[in-house]
Design a protein. Structure first.
Length: 309
């Protein structure tokens, strides 16, 4: 699914010299994210990955389809079939079954929750928000529904409303690290970086091995021009999630800003190797290489001039 990009974090001067846009993704997920050159990122949903999982899902689909042949008006089986299609990554079929389930039982909040997920993954954010809002209305004390709704509002750039929903969700469950993590990211989008840092630290206190927490924390420090703290947290992020190309991309900017061009190039090359089709990463790598040549030349000239004196 595609996460929309909105203004928020402010990079330091070197990143700006590399055509950095002031952007960060509004994220629930897994990895969210600002880049040296700003872009929209497509995240693949969690679906069956190996042969045994896929077979299990197909068996589940067959079971519920068989049950519906006997009783096509069984709302629970419709919902379960729709859920199975979501797991299989077949969102069009999931949508058909979930819409039928709503007609059979319009008071079941789980159906609206799955509809919200499907619409979100299809990039239809407003429809996703509408369905998640209905799930919350029907089950106002369900933490999972409210957190998902808050994250979807973030994607829809309804930041004030999203923050309100995050706060309500955390009242229901203050011990879930993902709620603090995502709330912190939302605060960052509003420019409240101190609040973001506080929430990310709470999240890390609850779960210290989530790379995204350190990623958001690094972004908050970067926004405050605290380069050392930003670098430290980005390094922790990639230590936990070695496939986070965005973190490597930002680490390359920090290293270059510190004049560590060899390290910067290594980070930038890692980002490119992780996402070889990403034009922005390739461009950033090229610009850092150009800057490294200019920087080396400048230092050599300065040293030569000093000796001459």
């Amino acid at each position: 699914m595609v996460f929309s990009v909105s203004a928020g974090h402010r990079p330091w001067s070197f990143l700006s010299s590399l055509l950095v846009k002031k952007q960060i993704l509004a994220l629930p997920l897994a990895s969210s994210l600002a880049f040296l050159l700003g872009l929209n990122v497509t995240f693949l949903p969690a679906i069956a990955s190996d042969a045994s999982d896929k077979q299990d899902i197909q068996d589940t689909i067959f079971k519920y389809k068989a049950g519906l042949e006997v009783n096509p008006n069984d709302a629970k089986n419709r919902l379960k079939l729709g859920e199975a299609y979501v797991t299989a990554g077949d969102y069009d079929k999931a949508l058909v079954e979930l819409q039928k389930a709503v007609k059979l039982n319009p008071e079941e909040p789980a159906t609206y929750w799955f509809l919200g997920r499907v619409y979100g993954r299809k990039g239809q954010v407003q429809l996703a928000c509408d369905n998640l809002k209905e799930a919350v209305r029907l089950a106002p004390k369900d933490y999972t529904y409210r957190l998902k709704y808050a994250n979807m509002l973030n994607r829809d750039n309804k930041l004030d409303q999203a923050l309100s929903e995050f706060r309500q969700a955390l009242k229901l469950n203050a011990n879930d690290y993902s709620g603090h993590r995502d709330y912190g990211a939302g605060l960052g989008l509003k420019g409240d970086f101190a609040g973001e840092i506080a929430e990310e630290q709470k999240a890390i206190g609850l779960k210290s091995d989530d790379g995204d927490c350190y990623y958001y924390l690094g972004m908050a420090y970067a926004a405050q021009d605290k380069r050392k703290e930003a670098e430290s947290n980005f390094l922790k992020c990639v230590g936990l999630d070695k496939k986070n190309a965005e973190a490597y991309n930002l680490l390359s900017g920090i290293a270059a800003a510190n004049g560590q061009f060899k390290q910067a190039i290594q980070y930038a090359q890692t980002a490119v190797s992780l996402e070889p089709d990403n034009v922005q990463y390739a461009t950033a790598l090229s610009k850092i290489k150009e800057a490294s040549v200019g920087g080396t030349g400048t230092k050599a000239a300065a040293a030569k001039g000093s000796k001459a004196q």
